[in-house]
Design a protein around this ligand. Structure first.
Ligand SMILES: NC(=O)c1ccc[n+]([C@@H]2O[C@H](COP(=O)([O-])OP(=O)(O)OC[C@H]3O[C@@H](n4cnc5c(N)ncnc54)[C@H](OP(=O)(O)O)[C@@H]3O)[C@@H](O)[C@H]2O)c1
Length: 429
């Protein structure tokens, strides 16, 4: 059987790992996919660097677009990253040349996925991106294939290992966000510029793809409300525990009669529920379908091995001749969904106020909430001494998001609080 000749652009954490697997096991994998897999050509920036696999017989390209246009490969694997630039140009070139594409690039797909899928499908080519969401968890396959007959009403999860590591470590050690982030950077769990991870944008990219595959529409990144974990304190985590919750950064996409709501923010999830027990760099995704009910997927969301595992699964599918529409439904038929604004979201919240400990303060807070018809389920106040700054913490009953925003603005305008109130939404899935 003729081998499938693979070209890889990008030989970093993921690309070098995929190249190693192909070098070591490409021929043996023929027993799984019906034909040998052969690493034929690669591209990266610095040619001289040892990448941990033999380069003999593997063609080198300085320019990834030239690699994608090469006549000597049957499949183009993009593992450079980046929303545009060489990643986009090379994927476009590969499709124009008639090559199927595998990529792990969530930013590229969240921004340009529909255009690329349309171009690929018009030429009868696969565009596979299992590794772009939740690393080693085969969630795209699960949604697109295993749950294909379901009407999915909700898909949500922990999609960023860096944030989950930081929150889990803050909980275990009581250390501050900044302290734990610095350590995560030293250990290689967080990027030198961690903004995308901790600010929630990485989760938003992944959520846009998950929602698109789950609900059968175009990714709608600009329709996602995004908040990061920067303002979560060890105090919030300890209070959450007292109330029976853990704090996780979640991506949540819901479909109802009005359209799609998508949000990324820290959330309190009750102890004993599937997402509450996902620790460290692990990811987890929950999908709710009309036929299957709730199904839960957990595993390693990043790193060389888990991500390469997902890339290899996509390569095996192409070797087998399996070709599915990138987003589950044909790209020519999918459109932007109706976005349900966050303002109409209804849910309970955890609120933390920093106030001066003096009589009448609680009455002011309660009145501003009551003015918006928000009632309090429970409250905690840790007194230090009169006249000092103390935290006041409340769990509210369910309320509309816009009412909560108005109430908090009213509280700030009274001058009662010493800093912006902290609000964490509660998700009792
Ligand atoms: N790392 C993970 O755990 C993980 C998990 C899921 C998805 N992903 C996705 O996988 C992709 C790759 O991530 P990574 O962590 O492997 O990245 P990385 O370690 O930074 O590697 C990037 C690679 O791309 C090469 N490159 C960059 N610009 C290039 C250009 N203009 N021409 C040719 N080569 C170029 C670099 O070359 P040099 O080596 O010569 O500098 C490097 O080999 C990204 O889309 C990322 O979002 C990563």
């Amino acid at each position: 059987m003729k081998p499938l000749r693979v070209g890889i652009a990008g030989l970093g954490t993921v690309g070098a790992s995929v190249a190693r697997i192909l070098s070591q096991s490409g021929f043996a994998l023929a027993s799984r996919c019906g034909r040998p897999l052969q690493l034929n050509a690669v591209s990266a920036r610095s040619r001289g660097r040892d990448r941990g696999f033999p380069m003999e017989g593997v063609a080198w390209f300085d320019n990834p677009v030239a690699l994608a246009s090469s006549a000597d490969i049957d499949l183009f694997v993009e593992l450079m990253g980046g929303e545009g630039g060489p990643a986009k140009a090379s994927v476009e070139a590969a499709i124009a040349r008639g090559l199927p594409v595998v990529t792990a690039n969530k930013a590229l797909l969240a921004h340009h996925g529909v255009a690329l899928a349309k171009a690929a499908e018009a030429r009868g080519l696969a565009l596979n991106f299992e590794a772009a969401v939740a690393g080693g968890i085969p969630i795209i396959k699960a949604l697109r294939e295993g749950l294909g007959a379901n009407r999915i009403s909700r898909v949500y999860g922990i999609l960023n290992g860096t944030c989950n590591y930081i929150l889990t470590t803050m909980e275990a050690t009581g250390r501050s966000f900044g302290d734990v982030l610095a350590e995560a950077q030293k250990l290689g769990y967080a990027e030198a510029d961690p903004t995308f991870d901790i600010g929630g944008m990485d989760t938003a990219h992944k959520l846009s793809l998950l929602a698109a595959v789950a609900f059968g529409h175009a990714p709608a990144l600009d329709g996602i409300h995004v908040e990061g974990i920067e303002r979560i304190t060890p105090e919030d985590i300890a209070f959450a525990d007292e109330f029976g919750f853990r704090i996780k950064l979640l991506g949540i996409a819901t479909r109802d009669g009005r359209g799609i709501s998508q949000r990324v923010h820290p959330a309190m999830v009750p102890h004993g529920t599937p997402l509450a027990d996902v620790d460290g760099v692990f990811n987890a995704v929950v999908a709710e379908g009309d036929l299957v009910g709730k199904s839960v997927y957990e595993g390693r969301g990043a790193g060389a091995g888990p991500t390469a595992s997902a890339v290899m699964a996509d390569i095996l599918d192409i070797a087998r001749g399996v070709r599915l529409p990138a987003f589950g439904a044909p790209a020519a038929t999918i459109s932007r969904p109706e976005i349900v604004p966050l303002a109409s979201h209804v849910g309970a919240c955890y609120l933390r106020f920093t106030v001066i400990d003096r009589p009448g303060v609680i009455a002011v807070l309660s009145r501003c909430l009551a003015d918006q018809s928000i009632s309090i389920e429970s409250m905690l106040q840790r007194s230090r001494s009169p006249g000092e700054a103390v935290p006041v913490v409340m769990i509210t009953h369910e309320a509309r998001e816009d009412a909560m925003v108005k109430a908090l603005a009213a509280i700030v305008s009274t001058g009662t609080v010493m800093e912006q109130p902290c609000m964490v939404r509660i998700e009792r899935f």
